[in-house]
Design a protein around this ligand. Structure first.
Ligand code: PLP
Length: 401
């Protein structure tokens, strides 16, 4: 580019996605013929359920679905999302509180765009999903990171949040079950965080996208149910991607008070307008149907969860607690840093170096904790098939020696 062709400060302030960086390197190696085992993916490796695909195919053939829909979504889908919220979260919302977005990611983006002013601070408990701080920056806000380690089950204390609070604190993210840790926050934590947010007039952005992926009898607790008083300052972020293996369909939603939903629709009206009609029809079939497909996935993931935690803990220098939700294992690898590793004797100074070496030398892809505000960790997605999962663990162990 010529010297005058500078890009905006806004885009220059944003870091590229760590998850996508590992994924694209692993894909390039695969394309070059290298047999890479990838734990990088953030998506279920199951097809979308047949009946959802059939509904989309039928919708596709009907010309009435070839047009714009209302910006906030098809009325029947908004209604189905309101009903699903009552079924799963246990409280009532009306369809006009729902805005259908292009994936949960757009819901995150819009929520921040409509509440954050320049200089406002948004508290992000770490380890966090890599998009949160970047989306805060894109809204002109300042991400304020509050880290909680494995010893606290990756759940923040109110004391830690209070220490981070300033007069500019505008919002806090909650993501349970969590990407990347798989932690499922207890009701007590949610209650305490909810009371604290109420007392200090802080918006709550509750990302519930992994709500149906919990194990060992654990159940997702919903802050809007645990602390009903927060509902006027709560924005729920969700979507069909993880529950129905529909990452590629790009359907998510946000739920807020009516003024919040109106503001999000106003914004979306100038960005992407509505989500593709056919995809909304598919989402309608998914959301208004049963949870059988996710029950099947949960069973498969549960088996892999146990296998990967055992595999990781069998690697000398790796410790991994058993996650209770989502499909990620978050392993502490600090004991592998700053020492010669395996036959090659390579030394990793950071978890990011370690992920690079693991990929180059053992052909195993995992995402470094740096991208989640947690250096010293690697994230392993166990949404891959059983044989690959076992083979990758074998390689990791053998490589470390
Ligand atoms: N929230 C979390 C925590 C996620 O991990 C993801 C996807 O990885 C999303 C939201 C967004 O999902 P999508 O935009 O595919 O609906």
């Amino acid at each position: 580019m010529a010297e005058w062709q500078t890009l905006s400060d806004r885009v220059n302030s944003v870091a590229p996605s760590a998850t996508l960086a590992v994924d694209s390197k692993a894909k390039a190696m695969k394309a070059a013929g290298v047999n890479v085992i990838s734990y990088g993916a953030g998506e279920p490796n199951f097809p979308t359920p047949d009946y959802v695909v059939e509904a989309a195919a039928a919708a596709c053939r009907d010309p009435k679905n070839h047009r714009y829909t209302p910006t906030p979504g098809l009325p029947q889908l908004r209604k189905a999302i309101a009903e699903k919220t009552l079924r799963d979260s246990g409280y009532e919302v009306s369809p006009d509180q729902v805005v259908v977005t292009n994936g949960g990611k757009q819901a995150v983006y819009e929520a921040l765009q409509i509440i954050v002013n320049p200089g406002d601070e948004v508290i992000i408990p770490a380890p966090y999903w890599t998009t949160y701080p970047e989306a805060v920056k894109l809204a002109g806000g300042k991400p304020v990171i509050v880290f909680s380690g494995a010893e606290n089950g990756f759940e923040p204390t109110v004391e830690a949040l209070e220490a981070a609070r300033t007069p500019r604190t505008k919002a806090i993210f909650i993501n349970t079950p969590s990407n990347p840790t798989g932690a499922v926050w207890g009701e007590e934590t949610l209650r305490a965080v909810g009371q604290w947010a109420l007392e200090h007039h802080i918006w709550i952005l509750s990302d519930e996208i992994y709500e149906h992926l919990t194990y060992d009898g654990e159940k997702t607790a919903y802050i809007g149910a645990v602390v009903p008083e927060v509902r006027d300052q709560l924005i729920v972020l969700n979507g069909v991607a993880k529950t129905y293996a529909m990452t590629g369909w790009r359907v998510g939603w946000l739920i807020g008070s009516v003024p919040v939903a109106k503001a999000a629709a106003k914004l979306q009206g100038h960005m992407t307008s509505n989500v593709a009609d056919v995809c909304q029809q598919a989402a309608f079939t998914a959301v208004s149907g049963s949870l059988d497909a996710v029950a099947m996935m949960r069973k498969a993931f549960d088996k892999r969860r146990k296998a990967i935690v055992a595999g990781l803990n069998a690697v000398d220098g790796v410790t991994c607690r058993t996650p209770k939700g989502a499909f990620y294992a978050f392993a502490d690898v600090t004991a592998l840093l700053n020492r010669p590793l395996g036959k090659s004797g390579s030394v990793a100074k950071t978890s990011s170096d370690l992920a690079g070496l693991l990929l180059d030398e053992a052909h195993v892809a995992a995402v470094p904790g740096e991208g989640f505000g947690a250096p010293g960790f690697l994230r392993f997605s166990y949404a891959l098939d059983d044989d690959d999962l076992a083979e990758g663990m074998r390689r990791f162990k053998q490589w470390v020696g």
